[in-house]
Ligand binder design. Structure first.
Ligand code: ZN
Length: 1017
């Protein structure tokens, strides 16, 4: 046979574009349109409706960036006599957007005249249903003129990230708003052809099936009338029916397709827009459900439901109804889809506690699958937190974005740092925004790594990132691939159905142990420092506020501020969303996050002050008021036990400062530091072992300024080539030293950065040694005006470290210092929480920080064979997309360095720096409410139960990776105690108790939660 495959394919393509699509609608009739433009921020329907609307014509230009335009639309129904049942009247809308992408441009929500949401309008879903029986058409459209901030992802700096900086130009136009007739037969033929084209393109050239499909299309093209597709459309469909009815093979891959809409809680739009994105997306989903009873929609994030409950009660009640019928499935069990690395220990727990609690209280269900398709890497602490929150499964997809290495599994057991395993899946379609095209389905099968052992994968489908969700076209694709030769078998279902089937089929799936490091987006540990600092500060304040208010409630009868604490938690959890905490949103989002964090801090500080004041002031005592100090760190401070308030012991003697020709020596009875005149540390010794920490011929505390020009994804990425350009800051503009009255000694150096910008950046650094301290403190004040630069602080340490410990939630991970494998090499910028610990046998050094997460480690060998392990903190960046002014201005942060420190001391140094003591006048010492006799066990949380019962919750964990038997003493009477889940529900586990002492055995990094009942005030 002569080959004409390419020609037939081209003929088909032209027919689809020029004949088929334009034939779906006919009989377009104009409507009467008037508009009202809101002043700035969105208003609810009932306010908009009362405004003065002015008549506008088709072609009218409107919508400066971020503005809202309300359209009132009306007209007579022109098709009232239409008898053909395959004709459906629909409203067609076009705001002049680019039709190639959904979720990133103008979108609208249609309301009935009484204010009931009908359905959304988006570039790829731009129609509204209308009943043919209606004689009159009337509705409102709330049009959000969201600018396309990303454009074609050139990553050029944009002014669209704030209202004020956005250009005053009208972005959209009323290109179409009419009523027309949809020909369901032509629409059906279109879906048939798209399904066949997709399948053809997924099959190899040599495939017989591929050619059968093509020739069926050719036959269809010969039959169909090009002048009027509707004329013999049924014959055309019949020509395709045979190939569409050929069944799938017995061994075909199985796909469970679950409807989904990944809605980024904030990103290239502010939080307020996400509320409307949820409303639009969910109204679209509810509208689709009316016609498609088999369609199941998986929807995460308690916060998104809360918005519907509070702002869109009609949509919320529609959701409740569909949850009840099982068509709408809440997934994830988290407050938001948060970052997978940065949230602190208790915050990661509360993502699940408040998420699951909301699902339970409002829907009567618990999510079974953790759902983080888009977060930038996953902490090794997550499996334990997921399992202890009552979830059995984990879903992600993001690891397919790895730049270097391919994750070996799609279905697997994920084992956490403590040994807990959770059954996990990465959709092999490599997307959470599938359209269920033939190409995507074919790729899902081709890419599925478990072939031969397992046969099923999950595909979440629906427009996502900017929301939108599934469309009727996607469902059309699903129906056509239920049982289709050459395609995976697609069935509509829930994620839980998938996980249960996958687990049953593949119980011995392979295991991935430890963290899942995303080999991309390495800048997210550092970008938008103030947002990160707000988070870190409030995580600490929440722990402190819960602890002291619990003490005050149980010991003084103060009312527990449950509502304020819950609200503060929910706000912090919201700001941990996977584009907010990582620092990858527009300026608007980060400005608001910083303000919100400040407000939360004020509330929490008030709770702490009030609680402490109640505790330390005994009104019946005649004792004099003295200065008291609170200690919520994990170790004794100046004679005060952890989680107690007492009177500080006097220091055993001041630290000393000595000026030498090379610079200064700061020294106390524990450590000795030599700093040269450029502020570099040339020597750092723990005096008890006398060992020098700094590598010979090297200096520490060196600022490295790098050009930071990612190939793409500016705020997200640090690319390896940044290392090739380095400037050491040596330009000292001020050099001061001194000794305070309190006995500490300090050296302050100011350095300037000669920038091409008009304003010079200033780095002020103070190195402080306190009288009895075992560590050196570094305080940084940076006035930052650089652009596309990365500032690092370097410490070359004389330690033969094979691997480095970095804190994660409830423990730490070990990461190699070498680059033997491509996996090690790709890990060139990683993250930590409060500490990093470098060690060789019998000696280590701890570095704690109060702000930053990013760091890098490298190793080198000096002339005599000693290993130089260099730790460099990533202090600050200045990406220009999506926030062109990211990180400009003043920043303060602190570090502490403790030479000769064990891993346990590193853990405690982290707590010590992040939980500074408070001073308060009082006349009563406060003993710890709860005390543990094992040093390595950290009491992370002391609070009252979420259910308002007054029960006491204590959460603790083994912090260094050892097995430990410990005794926990509660210094307050109680009736009974149980081990409980993170959700504070009792577990069927024995608790060994003798009077007020509980005995526990903990495995490495195990989290244990105790619930004490009948606690007496
Ligand atoms: Zn996302």
């Amino acid at each position: 046979m002569h080959q004409d495959t390419k020609e037939v394919e081209a003929r088909l393509e032209r027919f689809v574009r020029d004949r088929l699509f334009p034939s779906i609608y006919s009989n377009k009739h104009p409507l009467v349109i008037s508009a009202w433009e809101a002043a700035r921020e969105p208003v609810p329907f009932y306010i908009a409706k009362e405004q003065e609307f002015k008549s506008v014509p088709i072609g009218w230009k409107f919508g400066r960036a971020w503005s809202t335009t309300w359209l009132r639309v009306s007209g007579e129904m022109p098709f009232i006599d239409q008898q053909e049942e395959f004709y459906k009247p629909e409203i067609l809308v076009d705001f002049g957007y680019n039709r190639s992408r959904s979720g990133f441009q103008a979108e609208a929500l249609a309301y009935s005249p009484s204010g009931t949401p009908i359905k959304s309008i988006a570039p790829k879903n731009s129609w509204l249903p209308w009943p043919i029986e209606s004689e009159y058409i009337e509705f409102y459209l709330e049009v959000a003129a969201n600018p396309d901030v990303a454009g074609e992802y050139s990553f050029a700096p944009t002014n669209f990230g704030e209202w004020e900086t956005s250009p005053e130009v009208k972005l959209y136009a009323l290109n179409e708003l009419c009523i027309a007739l949809l020909d369901e037969r032509v629409w059906g033929l279109t879906q048939d052809v798209i399904a066949i084209q997709g399948l053809m393109n997924s099959l190899p050239d040599y495939s017989t099936r591929r050619h059968n499909l093509l020739r069926a299309c050719e036959n269809m093209l010969d039959i169909v009338s090009a002048d009027d597709v509707s004329k013999n459309v049924q014959h055309a469909r019949n020509a395709l029916a045979t190939v569409l009815n050929e069944p799938a093979s017995a061994s075909s891959h199985k796909v469970i397709a679950t409807g989904h809409a990944h809605i980024d809680t904030a990103w290239l739009w502010p939080l307020r827009e996400s509320i409307r994105k949820c409303a639009r997306t969910f109204s679209n989903v509810l509208s689709l459900m009316q016609k498609h009873p088999k369609f199941v929609f998986s929807c995460s994030s308690a916060q998104h439901y809360v918005w519907m409950r509070d702002f869109y009660p009609e949509i919320y009640s529609g959701i409740l109804e569909r949850v009840k019928s099982g068509q709408w499935v809440p997934v994830g069990g988290m407050w938001v889809e948060c970052d997978g690395n940065l949230p602190g220990s208790e915050a990661m727990v509360r993502q699940f506690v408040y998420g699951q609690k909301f699902f339970q209280d409002n829907f009567g269900i618990r999510a079974k699958e953790a759902w983080l398709p888009d977060s930038f890497g996953y902490s090794g602490a997550l499996p334990q937190i997921i399992k202890q929150s009552g979830l059995d499964f984990f879903l992600s997809q993001k690891m397919s974005w790895n730049q270097t290495n391919t994750m070996p599994h799609h279905t697997f057991w994920w084992e956490g740092i403590d040994g807990t395993r959770v059954f996990s899946h990465f959709p092999s379609a490599d997307t959470y925004n599938s359209e269920l095209t033939g190409q995507e389905l074919g790729f899902a099968e081709k890419n599925f790594a478990e072939k031969g052992r397992a046969s099923i994968s999950l595909i979440p489908f629906g427009w996502g990132d900017g929301g939108g969700g599934p469309t009727r076209e996607m469902l059309g694709a699903a129906y056509r691939t239920e049982n289709l030769e050459g395609s995976p078998r697609v069935s509509l279902g829930s994620a839980a159905e998938f996980f249960e089937a996958a687990h049953q089929e593949y119980p011995n799936a392979p295991v991935w142990r430890g963290e899942m490091y995303l080999e991309l987006h390495r800048g997210v540990f550092t970008s938008q420092l103030r947002t990160k600092q707000g988070n870190r500060r409030n995580e600490a304040l929440l722990r402190e506020a819960e602890l002291w208010s619990t003490y005050a409630t149980l010991r003084t009868g103060m009312t527990y501020p449950a509502e304020q604490l819950r609200k503060a938690w929910e706000e912090v959890l919201l700001l941990q969303f996977h584009d907010i905490l990582p620092g990858t949103s527009i300026a608007w989002v980060h400005r608001e996050a910083e303000i919100k964090h400040q407000e939360i801090s004020q509330t929490l500080n008030k709770i702490i002050q009030q609680s402490l004041s109640n505790l330390v002031n005994d009104l019946e005592s005649s004792a004099n008021e003295v200065e008291m100090t609170s200690n919520v760190s994990a170790s004794e401070k100046s004679g005060i036990s952890p989680l107690a308030v007492g009177i500080e012991e006097k220091s055993k003697g001041p630290a000393l400062l000595q000026v030498i020709p090379e610079g200064v020596i700061l020294e106390n009875r524990n450590i000795r530091v030599i700093i040269d005149k450029t502020g570099h540390i040339t020597s750092l010794k723990n005096l008890s072992d006398g060992r020098e920490a700094i590598s010979p011929n090297h200096v520490a505390n060196e600022f490295h300024l790098h050009a930071d020009l990612p190939n793409k994804w500016d705020a997200w990425d640090i690319d390896f080539h940044y290392k090739r350009r380095i400037e050491v800051l040596n330009q000292v503009t001020s050099y001061l030293y001194g000794q305070s009255e309190a006995g500490h000694v300090w050296l302050e150096i100011v350095k300037s950065i000669s920038s091409s910008e008009k304003i010079t950046s200033i780095v002020k650094e103070k190195l402080v040694l306190y009288p009895d301290a075992l560590d050196l403190e570094i305080e940084l004040d940076i006035d930052w005006h650089e652009k596309e630069k990365l500032l690092k602080l370097s410490f070359p340490i004389d330690v033969h470290a094979e691997q480095v410990a970095a804190e994660v939630q409830f423990g730490h991970v070990w990461r190699p210092t070498h680059v033997n494998t491509s996996w090690d090499h790709a890990r060139f910028e990683t993250c930590q929480h409060k500490f990093v610990h470098l060690r060789e046998e019998n000696w280590g050094i701890a570095f704690a920080n109060d702000s930053s997460y990013g760091y890098d480690i490298s190793r080198n060998t000096d002339a005599n064979g000693s290993t130089i392990t260099t730790l460099r903190f990533s202090l600050i960046r200045a990406a220009r997309f999506p926030d062109p002014n990211a990180d400009q201005g003043l920043h303060s942060m602190k570090f502490r360095i403790k030479p000769g420190a064990s891993i346990l001391e590193a853990v405690k140094l982290g707590y010590s720096l992040n939980y500074p003591e408070r001073r308060i006048m009082g006349n009563r010492i406060i003993e710890p409410l709860v005390f543990c006799d094992a040093d390595e066990v950290i009491i992370e949380t002391v609070k009252l139960a979420e259910d308002g019962s007054g029960d006491l919750i204590v959460r603790l964990y083994e912090s260094i990776g050892s097995r430990v038997n410990c005794n926990l003493r509660l210094n307050i009477p109680f009736e009974t105690v149980s081990r409980s889940s993170l959700l504070e529900e009792p577990l069927d586990l024995e608790v060994e108790r003798e009077n007020s002492i509980i005995s526990l055995e903990l495995r490495p990094f195990q989290i244990a939660t105790l619930r004490f009942y009948g606690v007496k005030q």
